[in-house]
Design a binder for this molecule. Structure first.
Ligand code: FAD
Length: 349
């Protein structure tokens, strides 16, 4: 048994702490729960197969992570008897142009060879898109992927925290003391720049609009990958979230911007043209990045380990990263080759 101090209790820190305690170690978490933490703001799509990003190390990580999710959620629900915020109702990627739809369908279908957990992949006509998601505009056809899922970050983190404490872990909701016990793991998200480790951590501010569809009938809908970087997820009974905006910044101001609100409200009206929409709230979060847009997972010295830069897919990758890091630090074999992510130079492309 070893002693670990985890600094930061977002999805990365919470998952790492949970998996370490399951390995039988002594673990303490310190978390400041800063405003704008990414885990609390995110709506959490788990759907890596439809991305056009070509980086192999990233793709390996997120597809293994998506495969890990259902078993991990099952275990967590059993241990905590609480909601984890995870649902798997498939995803629909929307297209305006039928030629592009067919190309996308072929590209996405091919991925099934290595990822059977994608389940059924099919093209949807405009009418079929509305069968799956009656609120949506009838302007778009789509590609449906059965394995697409979503998770509410805040609920998942709370569930991990509950399971961690139940298993004997210590969770302290404040800054760590000057000196900590055992190996220190920094999972400080966008606040990683405070430590000054390499690679440098920067952050992007992202905003999401939550709104309600004022209709009596409640429908359960798949995740929607809309045009460009926009997605729409269901957050509860006729409540949806649309996002996100992306803005590189050094600020940690998490107040919503009027410009981004107007932009997202306009998109919500465009995608839900026949519904009466009521605003609920804007959520603002800071996504942590490295220069290479890949997470960094590795030692900075013998007693200091860093996991950061999970970027736009940290909720997908977080549980599996925690699992793998706990195995690695326990001297066990890992499924993922962590040396792929413990780089500083050269660039990972
Ligand atoms: C709007 C939005 C939408 C997103 N959508 C998706 C999505 O659809 N799918 C997906 O996979 N990912 C998504 N993400 C990305 C994902 O949420 C992040 O990659 C992930 O949450 C990062 O987790 P983290 O633990 O590294 O950081 P965080 O969640 O920010 O947690 C860091 C924690 O460390 C604490 N901390 C920092 N410094 C200290 C310190 N010195 N002492 C104590 N505590 C400290 C902070 O207070 C915070 O609680 C989204 C993110 C945002 C913002």
């Amino acid at each position: 048994m070893s002693q670990f101090t985890v600094i930061g209790g977002g999805i990365i820190g919470a998952s790492t702490a949970y998996h370490l305690i399951k390995q039988g170690h002594e673990v303490t978490v310190y978390d400041r729960n800063d405003r704008g933490n990414a885990t609390g703001a995110s709506a959490g799509i788990i759907n890596p197969w439809v991305s056009q990003r070509r980086n192999k190390k990233w793709y390996r990580l997120v597809t293994k992570a998506a495969r890990y999710y259902p078993g991990f959620i099952g275990q967590l629900e059993e241990e905590t008897d609480s909601e984890t915020g995870y649902t798997r109702r498939g995803s629909i990627s929307l297209f305006k142009d039928d030629d592009v739809l067919e190309l996308a369908f072929n590209r996405i279908s091919k991925k099934k060879t290595d990822a059977p957990e994608m389940g059924e992949v099919k093209m949807l006509s405009r009418e079929e898109v509305k069968d799956y998601h009656p609120h949506l505009s009838d302007k778009y056809s789509g590609v449906y992927v059965e394995g697409g899922a979503q998770v509410k970050g805040a609920l998942l983190r709370d569930s991990l925290k509950k399971a961690f404490i139940k298993a004997g872990g210590t969770w302290i909701d404040k800054n760590p003391p000057e000196t900590t016990e055992g190996m220190t793991i920094y999972a400080t998200g966008a606040w990683g720049s405070e430590q000054g480790f390499k690679p440098v951590i920067t952050h992007q501010r992202s905003e999401v609009l939550h709104f309600k569809v004022e209709e009596a009938e409640v429908v359960k809908t798949p995740v929607v990958m809309a045009l460009g970087p926009i997605y729409i997820v269901e957050m509860g009974d006729n409540e949806f979230a649309i996002g996100t905006t992306h803005q590189k910044t050094e600020s940690y101001d998490d107040s919503p911007s009027e410009e981004n609100y107007q932009y997202l409200r306009g998109l919500a009206e465009r995608y839900f043209p026949d519904s009466k929409l009521t605003d609920i709230r804007m959520m603002v979060g800071f996504k942590p990045y490295t220069r290479d847009f890949l997470p960094f997972i590795g030692h900075v010295d013998e007693n200091t380990f860093v996991i950061n830069g999970a970027g736009a897919t940290g909720l997908t990758a977080g549980p599996f990263i925690g699992h793998e890091v706990a195995r690695f630090l326990s001297g066990e074999e890992t499924d993922l080759d962590l040396s792929d992510y413990s780089y500083v130079e050269p660039e990972n492309n």
